[in-house]
Design a protein around this ligand. Sequence first.
Ligand code: AGP
Length: 609
Amino acid sequence: MCGIVGAVAQRNIVPVLVDGLKRLEYRGYDSAGVAVLTNGSIERVRRVGRVAEMEKAAEEINLNGFLGIGHTRWATHGGVTEPNAHPHVSNGELAVVHNGIIENHEEKRQALKALGYEFTSQTDTEVIAHLVHHHLKSATSLFEAVRLAVKELSGAFAIGVISVKEPETLICARVGCPLLIGLGEGENFVASDVSAVLSATRRVMFLEEGDVAEITANQITIVDLDNHPVERKVHVSDVSLASLELGPYNHFMQKEIHEQPKALSDTIEQVLESGFAPSLFGDHAQNVFEQIDSVQILACGTSYYAGSVARYWVEAIAGVPCSVEIASEYRYRDVVANPKSLIVTISQSGETLDTMEALKYAKSLGHEETLSICNVQESAIPRASKLVFYTRAGAEIGVASTKAFTTQLIALFALAVTLAKFKGKLTAEKETEYLEALRHLPGSVQHALNLEPQIKSWAEKFSPKDHALFLGRGVHYPIALEGALKLKEISYIHAEAYPAGELKHGPLALVDEKMPVVVIAPNDALLEKVKSNMQEVRARGGELFVFADLDSHFSESEGVHVIRTPRHVGVLSPVLHAIPVQLLAYHAALQKGTDVDKPRNLAKSVTVE
Ligand code: AGP
């Protein structure tokens, strides 16, 4: 939830830290700070608010140095205040930045207080600073002191540490939260993700669980928690700097919505190349598919809704039983495990803690067959899974997930069809039909994007409202859920979604002339049922906003607004219908003047419980 960056060089690294923090800001944006070694002491600047505020303050004092660390925060322990902002300093001698949670912080805090340490913040991070400081009194080096401190801490975290005692050394450690080292020429970096170091280098090493690294301008040494040396591969990142820039757009969410035809065709390309062969999901997929008799999907938020669409596809197309569960619920439930079930985790970031923990729990119950659908190469969840499908959405910066969602749907559709083929349930005609549907989808999505001016005018009607209802049926019910999530997440309008048939069992009581009701009404087998549910709304004075296919034969009337999406695209219709609800949320948020890319209280990567 927080972003970490660090640098050691033979030049002023403050601009590198600030640039890195700006790129990491999507991970958390309550407050920001940097600590730099200057003339033998630690100089620190922290500000509540955005990185730009902190940058201004750093410029005012002409902060500079060759060694430093920086942080953007999403508050967990302690409120959003300057004393709680990172870096945290111990005795003026060392500084720490931290992403994640220290679970035994209270116990450590008491022990350190007994040793005479004074705490100035409510954070768990300050415990790390004092604990490293304590070990530094007897350890042979900062490297050693950090390793010993990390061994005493429990939780999931990544840290960066500098000390006045070693002015040319940056130490970092990874236990459960992502961290990588960027390799420059005579300078090196550490960061939560590759975006933060790209302007300096493309060569990166991903740290693994329990790695502790000592980084100087010219050398990198990595050990495990027991001090055994370990080697990590060097990767050359293919993420382009341009993909991290706004370009002609006003917001990343807007950019990412409009990138969907390309993101989809890039993701579809690998499916078309494979022809629904198991190898699409990895080398061992053939063997895995032989073992399994069902699918259990685990995910959070938007990724969970992608999984909810997949349940319909896997059962209808492959005839394989499929369940989907919110990861944070699954992980704390006494699950009756079926080890023959394929565990499918879905995560854009690949680092959502609840999803990761649900995967670990599933494994502890005897599940060996695991597949991760993820958008970030080398992230934690795919690394912990036997099979992987990487979506090709490109970097998603906006907190509200858009192109990651629709590309996840492609991966899941491919899974359903591949399973059907593997189990001998796919006819040649159906295979051709699905391949055609995939080929045509990016074009249809582009048509849906062209509806933006009409959707914008709907958003003007929505923005003064306090509540909205979203209705869908069957495979489009999760799209209604996703539409409601998007709207509340970025416009702060309270929205709920129901399967349209459920309306009369309670939520209809909410409907009056003040309640806008969005209906996902594609031209499928349930259309006539949906039309009846719409009558129920209209009869109570509710105003209907209907997304119907071109061939749905809906007409506008008083209190019934209709936008026609392209002709019904068959089985992939949920992907197409995700587009207008994204645009509706985006324009409603614009009307309300909220911070579209960085909505209040949220962050892109949720690496805490
Ligand atoms: C989506 O708009 C949300 N920001 C959120 O629900 C997100 O999908 C969820 O936190 C899961 O993230 P993940 O896909 O990175 O695991």
